[in-house]
Design a protein around this ligand. Sequence first.
Ligand SMILES: [Zn+2]
Length: 311
Amino acid sequence: MTYQTRLGLAILSAGLLSAASPARVESSGEGEPLKKLMDGNKRYLDIKYAHPHQTKYRRDLIAKGQHPFAIVLSCSDSQVPPEVIFDRGLGDLFVVRVAGNIADDAVIGSIEYAAEHLHVPLLMVLGHERCGAVDATVKGGKIPGHISSLTKAIGPAVERVKGKPGDPVDSAVRANVEMVVEQLKTSKPILAELIHEGKLKVAGARYDLDTGVVELLTGANSKSAASDTAETSHRVTAHPVVSTPDHHEDKSKAAASAAPKPIEAAQPSHAAPASHAAPPSHKVTTQPVLSLPDDDDKPKAAAPAVPKAKH
Ligand SMILES: [Zn+2]
């Protein structure tokens, strides 16, 4: 049997099996894509990576066409790679990255393509802690070169939280996410229409560089985030290893298992509009079972036998 034939059969059998498998459903169901993202972030936090969809089989399977389940607009910051922090793989996320996760025409066009042409049902705008682009905007002053195009876009978010309590950069990070979400939700004609038709949902979130937690700010069951409260944060900053340029970080499972685990549900604390929510207000995850990523990583059929060398 040639390799091509085996591959063809594998794909065929996977297709037949997957058609009968509810787990194969790409992205239907209210909230499901968001749950996939948050479950992936939980695996990442718990150091229980599944590294889904990173096999040659997956690559071959999706080569005919992509069907990502979420669009992520995130900052270009090297510490915030969506596929890593959401523990996903090939063909899962349609990622648009630009410093400060702003939405200019090229960004909106990219999102429109994914939402309308690829029918991706979820868009997440993902800001992050200590964002350099936001920090530069807060600091102000003369901004060199084209970087000013970023700070100009972030400026309104900085203005929105000016004079309010809390860390000005983090408040602006949150406000920036909120404002980009608003901008995209009202972007005509394509995105606004898809949202109106219920074909696209938009969520805003913030990634914590220290803990790895993705915290929902807007979207899903949340109302507009209270970006005027920089410290509505309720997370447990429990990650012991921060800023170690150690190349063994992925191998230190023993150390990791001994470390306290983040127990946060990565949910917004809407019930606590006060600036300084008391520690007990933080939520502990109530999800006992994480859904595992769907399984397009290998053929469902038995692996072809390895031919033995003849003597
Ligand atoms: Zn950034």
